[in-house]
Design a protein around this ligand. Sequence first.
Ligand code: SER
Length: 882
Amino acid sequence: MMTAAEIRRTFLEFFQNKSHTIVPSAPITVKNDPTLMFTNAGMNQFKDIFLGNKPPACPRVADTQKCLRVSGKHNDLEEVGTDTYHHTMFEMLGNWSFGDYFKEEAIAWAWELLTEVYQIPKEQLYVTVFGGDEKENLSPDQEARACWGKHIARDRILPGSKKDNFWEMGDTGPCGPCSEIHVDCRSAAEREETDGRELVNAGHPQVIEIWNLVFMEFNRLNDGVLKPLPARHVDTGMGLERLVRVLQGKNSNYDTDLFTPLIRHTEKLTGLKYAGGDSNTDVAFRVIADHVRAICFTIADGQLPSNTGAGYVIRRILRRAVRYYFSFLGIKAPLLYKLIDPLAAQFDNVFPGLEQQKDFLKKVIMEEESGFLRTLDSGMKRMEEYFSGDRKEQALDKTVDGRTAFELYDTFGFPLDLTRLIARERGYLVDEKGFGVEMQKQKNRSRQATATDTEDWVTIHDVPRMTFVGYDDLLVDTRVVKYRGITSKNRRQYQIVLETTPFYGESGGQVGDTGTLMIGNTRLEVTDTKKENDLIIHLTGGIAEDMHAGVTARVDAEKRLRTMSNHSATHLLHAALKEVLGKHVNQKGSLVNPEVLRFDVSHFAKISDQQLHETESLVNEKIRENIPVVIRELPKQEALKLGAMALFGEKYGDRVRVVTMDPRFSIELCGGTHVGHTGMIGLFTITSESAVAAGVRRIEALTGGAAIRYVTDKITQHKAISELLKAKEPLKAVEKLLEDKAALEKQAAASAAKELSRLSDMLAKSAEPLGGLSFIGKVVEVPDADALKQLCFQLKPRFTTYGFILAADLQGKAAVALMLDDATAAEKNLDAAGIIREKLAPLIRGGGGGQKTFATAGGKDISRLGEVVETVKNILAGRASL
Ligand code: SER
């Protein structure tokens, strides 16, 4: 029996022998394509070739591509785990012809590989061909039918609908009729009983599609029109997991050697057994084995879990896996990260990015799992509150209302089925309609916030290729290739594509250029430049009167220069961090603009001040060495042999651009723009270091003029402080100042205490007998209201029956404290708080309160403090009523 690795290798070798160039998988995360978040088909990386935006490097290629289908047009998430042949992440084996061979060869080779090389019995195979579609005005694919007729019995060639046999990448983009190959894996007896052709495309778990041959002929435009492509291409895709299952004779993809190592490991970790059935436990095993792959591959390609966009998709997959082990395997602690070792080992020879980033993946995934387990816990508490909440209502209507179900979903990440499950355990139903209503409301809110209306391109000059010349030129004369309008948040803008452009399109962390386009007599500001795959798009607020006129494109050179300085410094920083922190640090993101540079690296601890200092010094040393920045184009393998740092998740062609600043220090694959010599950076200074996510640290830094201004500003402050302190070494002086301050504060506190006890002695002496108690009433001089309280409490132990009323003028504010002993208060039916509130606070125009035996007040009027004392004296003497 062939192993999965052998099956993969056989596919690639087969097509290599048919003159195909084997290319690497593109990253599973997609950059520079607003229509896609993840690679969902092998052809994504060739989209520009199909659309005619880019000529192919070779006319025939083949590869194995990491794909993810959980968002957008192709979304399998909810099926994953419940059946045995859908996956979130899967490998797609594919062969392509770019305007070279077409249906004849594609069909003959697919048949040869399946039946002769892999030896799948012919009587178990069926094929489908496009049966035409009237609405689209497309006729049946007779050509494909005729090609198949040379290999397979005519009654095994089945017509298919547009849904199954017309492949489209998304709502727009390249598309065409396709022909699928299905395998009937049932036993001979079952095949005898029911004809396999009835089960093709009918959702039967044993009669499955394994290969799709797409004949790319059209581009689907925004208005739905199918526009013929400049040339006809072949795009085939075969799911490796399904192929392996067929060739290994298994009933389920999960019983192949692609998944069994993960399942066995999960068994070991949980103490449970996978039985391959439909029980919740078995589904959980499959969900975990599938999802851990999706999570690891996407994170390894540079997308961290987050709350928006692609990051949120990963978070959702991870949460789905956690929910399954939490609910059905009884696991309440992080589990997925423990599967990374067997997973990475399995792909070591194909996708080494996992093995190389194992520790990082573990850290990120473990923290993400822990976070969600904590949220699950709070969500469970929220549900308990709900169940024990309104008992009367519960008796009447045992339903979790839609709002609560949505709150659980939105705030606690509880998918509806988890809420349903927990509710059911407590004998509750869930108002799913109500949940749907709330969900729709939220969708409407977010759609309004992000809706973008992109129009179709208007072609001005049809040119065979577009060229970027901005590495060398910042000013060129050219012409408009095409433009389109784009409206978002009520703002209309235009995207313009030029035949030749000096504008750098945002990529590799470097922001897009700004500048101007002079089209005929119209001057347009370019506010940003973006890349869509390889197309460079200039963003403007308007278009010219005559878009056919000649164009002068000018980049804002000053801004570009500052950006280049920051970009080159980023390479030096990357290399310096590897020296100072260790080889384990990898770039996890970067932003390079004219103002600052920001660099994220995988590292598990805070980068210490000492390490930052060393890094900064090393970068500045390399700047002073004024190293020439050497940029070369090399074959990728050669560049990697030189030790060039390639980034995970970046797409590299066969020939790569290599940026070297001293071959012993920094060699990176990079498409960005750089200074000629490192000396042009001038100065490099780190301004901050912080954490951005689990295991990822962020450094922000400045270069050139900005760095000098930053340092000059610090020096100016330093000087001002020295002058203020009249000290050459302000640090020592400030330390001394703080010491002196602490000592003075201690002294001040001691003398205040002494003064207070002197005052209380004096007050004690002034006590006079009044109505059977000792009365002390005085306007005193104290620093604050607390001193009045302290005085009362210091006087208290010296008398048995007493009444103290102390008042003070605190810098224009009145403060009063009144204290009585318990017995007096009880016998005379007096209440200190009452006296304060009703008699004294009005006198000083303020408020107060307290207890029966001690109360205080504060007020605005200091002119009647004497009256305050008199009032209390009269009350205690029984001369005044309460
Ligand atoms: N693009 C087709 C698919 O994804 C064939 O590669 O099925």
